[in-house]
Design a protein around this ligand. Structure first.
Ligand SMILES: NC(=O)c1ccc[n+]([C@@H]2O[C@H](COP(=O)([O-])OP(=O)(O)OC[C@H]3O[C@@H](n4cnc5c(N)ncnc54)[C@H](OP(=O)(O)O)[C@@H]3O)[C@@H](O)[C@H]2O)c1
Length: 277
C-alpha cells in the first residue's frame, strides 16, 4: 500500500496525503471504523479531543499490529483548553487516551479570536515540539490574518492549516497564502460533509471515469495538492475512498470543478466569529 504520496511538513516530517477522519464517529463505532481504515491501507488518522473518541482511536492503533513509525496520528487542542498551562495539560490528557508516547501532528482546533489565547497556546505547542513530544505542530481554521499574526511572533511556523475546503468552497486565496509561506493545506469536509455527492457536474465527471462522486472529489483534492481526510463509518465507502490512485482527472474535469466554487459555500462555522468553548 505504498501508493499514497506524502506531503512534506518540515524537513524531516511528512504526512500521507490521504488520511481518515473520525469527526462525528460515535466512540462505540470508532475502533471498528479505524480498524477497517487501517486494514484498507490508510496510515493517517485525524481525531480531536472534542470528538470524544481518542481512546478508541488509540485502541484500534494498538490492536492493529502496525509499526508506530508507519502511522501518522493527528489530534487537536479544544478551544476551552487554549492558554499555555492548559494546553500542556490537555496534550497529556490526549496522549494518555491515545496511548502514544509521541504524536505526529498537534493542531490548534480553532483560533477563537474573541478569547485571543492562540499566541500563548502556540508557545506551549513550540515547547511540546522542542521537547520531542510532537513531531509537527499546526493550526486549524486559521484565516490569513490569524496565520500572519501567529507567524509574526512565532519561533516555529505552523506546518499545516486544516480548513473547510471542498468543490463548493475552494479557499483559493488562502491556499495561495499557504503556498507562499510553505504551509501545507489540509481539507476538512472534503466531500462537503456529504452535501455534494449528487451534484450534477460531479456526477457527470464520475460517470465519465466510471467512479463515484466521492472518488472524484478526493481525486480533485489530491491533484490540487491538498492533504485530504474523508470520513466514513461504512466499510465499502472507507475502501472506495482509498481507491483513488488508478485514475486521473483531466483539464476539462478540473475546469468544471473550479467553476463550482462559491464564496458563500461555507458549510461550517466562520472562524472569525466561532467562539464555542
Ligand atoms: N478541523 C475542523 O474543524 C474539522 C471540522 C470538520 C471535520 N474535520 C475533519 O475532517 C474529516 C472529514 O470531514 P467531515 O467528516 O466533516 O466530512 P466529509 O468527509 O466531507 O463527509 C463525511 C460524510 O460523507 C459520507 N461519505 C463518505 N464517503 C462516502 C462515499 N464514498 N459515498 C457516499 N457518502 C460518503 C459519510 O457517510 P458515512 O460515514 O455514513 O459513510 C459522511 O456522512 C472529519 O472526520 C474530521 O477528521 C475537521
Amino acid at each position: 500500500m505504498g501508493h499514497v504520496p506524502n506531503i512534506d511538513l518540515t524537513t524531516d516530517v511528512a504526512i500521507p496525503q490521504l488520511g481518515f477522519g473520525v469527526f462525528q464517529v460515535p466512540p462505540a463505532e470508532t475502533k471498528e471504523a479505524v480498524a477497517t481504515a487501517l486494514r484498507v491501507g490508510y496510515r493517517s488518522i485525524d481525531t480531536a479531543a472534542i470528538y470524544g473518541n481518542e481512546r478508541q482511536v488509540g485502541e484500534a492503533i494498538a490492536e492493529s499490529g502496525i509499526a508506530r513509525d508507519e502511522l501518522f496520528i493527528t489530534t487537536k487542542l479544544w478551544n476551552s483548553e487554549q492558554g499555555y498551562d492548559t494546553t500542556l495539560a490537555a496534550f497529556d490528557a490526549s496522549m494518555e487516551k491515545l496511548g502514544l508516547e509521541q504524536l505526529d501532528l498537534y493542531l490548534i482546533h480553532w483560533p477563537v479570536p474573541e478569547r485571543d489565547h492562540y499566541l500563548d497556546t502556540w508557545r506551549a505547542f513550540e515547547k511540546l515540539h522542542a521537547d520531542g513530544r510532537v513531531r509537527a505542530i499546526g493550526v486549524s481554521n486559521f484565516t490569513e490574518e490569524h496565520l500572519q499574526r501567529l507567524m509574526d511572533s512565532a519561533d516555529v511556523k505552523p506546518a499545516i492549516n486544516q480548513v473547510e475546503l471542498h468543490p463548493r468552497f475552494q479557499q483559493s486565496k488562502l491556499r495561495a497564502f499557504h503556498a507562499e509561506h510553505g504551509i501545507a493545506t489540509e481539507a476538512w469536509g472534503p466531500l462537503g460533509q456529504g452535501t455534494l455527492l449528487d451534484h450534477p457536474v460531479l456526477s457527470k465527471i464520475a460517470e465519465k471515469h466510471g467512479r463515484s462522486t466521492a472518488q472524484v472529489m478526493i481525486r480533485w483534492h489530491l491533484q490540487i495538492g491538498n492533504v485530504v481526510i474523508p470520513k466514513s463509518v461504512t466499510p465499502a465507502r472507507i475502501e472506495q475512498n482509498f481507491a483513488v490512485f488508478d485514475f486521473e482527472l483531466d483539464g476539462e474535469d478540473l475546469d468544471a470543478i473550479a467553476s463550482l466554487d462559491d464564496e458563500n459555500g461555507r458549510i461550517g462555522p466562520d472562524p472569525t466569529t466561532f467562539n464555542v468553548v
